[in-house]
Design a protein around this ligand. Sequence first.
Ligand code: GLC
Length: 413
Amino acid sequence: MMIKRFGDGRDWFFKQRFGMFVHWGIYSVAGWQEQMHWRGHMLSKDYVIYKDQFNPVKYNPEEWLDLVQDAGMEYVCFTTKHHDGFCMWDTALTDYKITNTPYKKDVLKMLADACHRRGIRLGLYYSCPDWHHPNSINLGGNHQLPVPNPGDQPDLMKYLDYVKGQITELCTNYGEISEFFWDIPPRMDIPEMNAILRRLQPNIMIDDRGYGPGDYSTPERCVPDGQSFTKPTEACQSVGAQSWGYRVNEDYYGSRFMMHCIDKVMAMGGNYLLNVGPKPDGTIPEQAADILRKVGTWYKKVKEAFVDCETCPELCGSGDYMVTRKGDNVYIHFPKGLNSCGYALNPIAVTPKSAVLLNTGTKLTTTVEHMPMLWLTGKECLHVSGLPVETMQNECAVIKLEFNPGWEEFIWK
Ligand code: GLC
């Protein structure tokens, strides 16, 4: 099954499937969580002082991009303004911005230039709520401070003008922008917002958390059920369980868990945005980098099983595995883990000309036979065996089957 393409410049999204999400802001100084201001029950006067302590002297976007490439990723999505309202670029529309910290430099500009030099796509995250701007609307609900800041003057039209001005800056001054990740749906339909983005950046993919429907959906911190997405999707997850921003004592996930999540989402036809939270000095925590490198080593070996592939819910047989395909090449995925040294791959009933475990290059044995557990069907099916089940426990296994043309006639009717 092929998820419908747009037929325009946005289709980069279906080829470049793996990106790095970066949550970086003045909250990294506290090293607790990116929503420190709200979840940490802080008063604004106590929070804003992080601005005067933010001085990432070791920030080097080239090092971030080395990691992006080690991880096999092809785009970066950067938090320009999180809920705290602090702007990580040199906006002309507020003083609450990076160029007014001791660091003074426009970190977004540095990242954008480095991305464009390397041909790595750049996406921008922008939070709809704003806990600092005096005109933003704070009804004390979810993702809002419990009490407005002293001196606030809530004014929806003025705030929307501010947002329009900011997204115009972001889509004008930083070269090509490939993705726009609005966050926290404002539950208002304002078509002009996405129209501004599309007018300034015709190839931009826009998510579904903004002021209109957008191009793709954004399952967060979860692995959806099913065998195939029906529309463009980009799942996102952080390397740690508690935070997207830098957290000193983060509960980091294992790389094996991440590989299984990524495999499932991508085998369903989705993209994956894996997040890191750089430290206040500008470097990416070593534990996070380590996860990305391990994931990257795996991803580069199995990537062909995702790029330009169709999802194949009709070939998923027992449900212990998932299937993707590109022409006569069929890929078998094990996002629930490789649990036995052989698998019966109904409803396929023909042997491929080759069968290889992509992770190791191991050649596998294939036969077509009656399998005891499928005896009721009365049909023979493809049996793959020789999988190194005892040693393949740290990666997500992917098998490549290369069939001769005409193999589809042997799929059970
Ligand atoms: C949630 C969190 C936010 C994070 C985002 C990433 O919306 O509230 O902190 O930036 O997820 O998708």
